[in-house]
Design a protein. Structure first.
Length: 393
């Protein structure tokens, strides 16, 4: 089997150069035109079959091995965030108000490294690699856009793997585990409609602010009193907007928030209880309401046990078992989950810290020594599935 750790380490300088190039030129979701062009050109140069425009700005590369065998999908996200970078590093963002504040520049660089190494090894395995460079992971539904465009067809992957650089975990640590890793994320908008009036004569109106206050308080009882305590859920009201003047009853209040869950039944329960509570309170006060799911939701990221076992075996060739950890699932979300709902696979976290500023912070950065680790981990994982057996003598 190829020594991917040594090969990845040898290309560390190139990986850093790719990452810094992407970091200086970040692009928001579904606008990754330069990034996808750079990716496609590199894949072409490696002799890899390339499809562009998948799911908008997504790129897919196919590396065929020798003979029939399984298809292994490896996924890399490319988009940046609408954040103005405060770092003064020489590779800081050159696009005002746009920044790679989540490590996707590193993921794309890792993808180019994986493509480079695996394209050299195609004679060693049966089947094929499907490299998926995804747009718009940051809450914009890029994974589903690619699914709708047929990324899971022709050829259909048998396994799917991905990773996320994580700067809150120490460099050298890997998180690879079966079962739930990241939560489902839903965004909601709840609108309460009353009747405006003079603040000095509240009996003549229907005060949407008072009703909204009752609803916000009641929503907190869903997790604390209605969801099984052995399950996990979060319901956060993040914004409340209503009212025009100090002496006028608000005719309308709009609140938005997020729901995070791991279990699909709990997810449905939270939505149902939100509807029931809002309906009961508004009816009692004579108000109306609408509850909407907005934005692009993502299901929980749940790793297949067999796929996680393969990835852990691959990781053991790179580091000691003491550095391959299991954690309590995190309440953040990742739309890699859309692929893992349809294809057995595993999503790993690669330690790239510790760093004082977390993901989605204007001062975010990570330890670039993690880039070769990510390349070697995904290459080794794919090779373990596709490696041609040694002929028996």
């Amino acid at each position: 089997m190829a020594d991917f750790q040594t090969q990845a380490a040898a290309m560390a300088e190139q990986l850093v150069a790719w990452r810094r190039d992407f970091h200086q030129r970040p692009e928001l979701g579904f606008h990754e035109t330069r990034t996808s062009r750079v990716v496609a050109e590199h894949l072409h140069d490696l002799g890899i079959e390339v499809q562009q425009g998948v799911g908008g700005t997504g790129v897919v590369g196919i590396i065929d091995g020798v003979g029939d065998g399984p298809t292994v999908m490896l996924r890399f996200d490319m988009d940046a965030l609408p954040i103005h970078e405060i770092n003064d590093a020489p590779y800081r963002s050159q696009h005002a108000g746009v920044m790679h504040a989540c490590g996707h520049d590193g993921h794309t660089a890792i993808g180019l490294g994986v493509a480079t190494l695996l394209s050299r090894q195609r004679q060693r395995w049966r089947g094929r690699i499907k490299l998926v460079f995804q747009p718009a992971e940051e809450g914009l539904g890029g994974a589903m856009a690619m699914v709708r465009d047929g990324v899971l067809q022709q050829p259909a992957p048998d396994y799917a793997f991905g990773l996320h650089l994580w700067n809150q975990f120490a460099f050298g640590d890997l998180v690879i585990q079966a079962g739930p890793l990241l939560a489902a994320a839903d965004e909601f908008r709840l609108t309460i409609t009353g009747r405006g009036g003079h603040g000095a004569m509240p009996h003549e109106g229907i005060d949407a602010i008072v009703i909204a206050a009752q609803v916000v308080s009641a929503l907190q009882t869903i997790v604390s009193r209605q969801v099984d305590p052995t399950e996990t859920a979060v319901l956060t009201v993040g914004t409340v907007h209503g009212g025009q003047a100090f002496n006028v009853l608000a005719a309308e209040v709009v609140m938005t928030g997020t729901i995070r869950t791991f279990d699909a039944a709990v997810r449905r329960q939270v939505w149902q209880r939100m509807e029931a509570l809002a309906q009961g309170i508004c009816q009692a006060y004579g108000a109306a309401f609408t509850l909407q799911q907005v934005g692009c939701s993502a299901p929980a990221t749940v790793n297949d046990a067999a796929a996680a076992a393969v990835m852990r075996q691959a990781a053991q060739t790179l580091t000691s078992p003491a550095h391959i950890e299991q954690i309590k699932p995190l309440m953040i979300a990742e739309d890699m989950s859309e692929f893992l709902q349809r294809v057995p696979g595993c999503f790993a976290l690669v330690g790239a810290g510790p760093h004082p500023y977390p993901h989605h912070h204007a001062g975010f950065d990570f330890d670039e020594r993690a880039l070769p680790v990510g390349v070697a981990l995904l290459c080794e994982t794919a090779a373990r599935i596709l490696e041609r057996p040694t002929p028996q003598v």
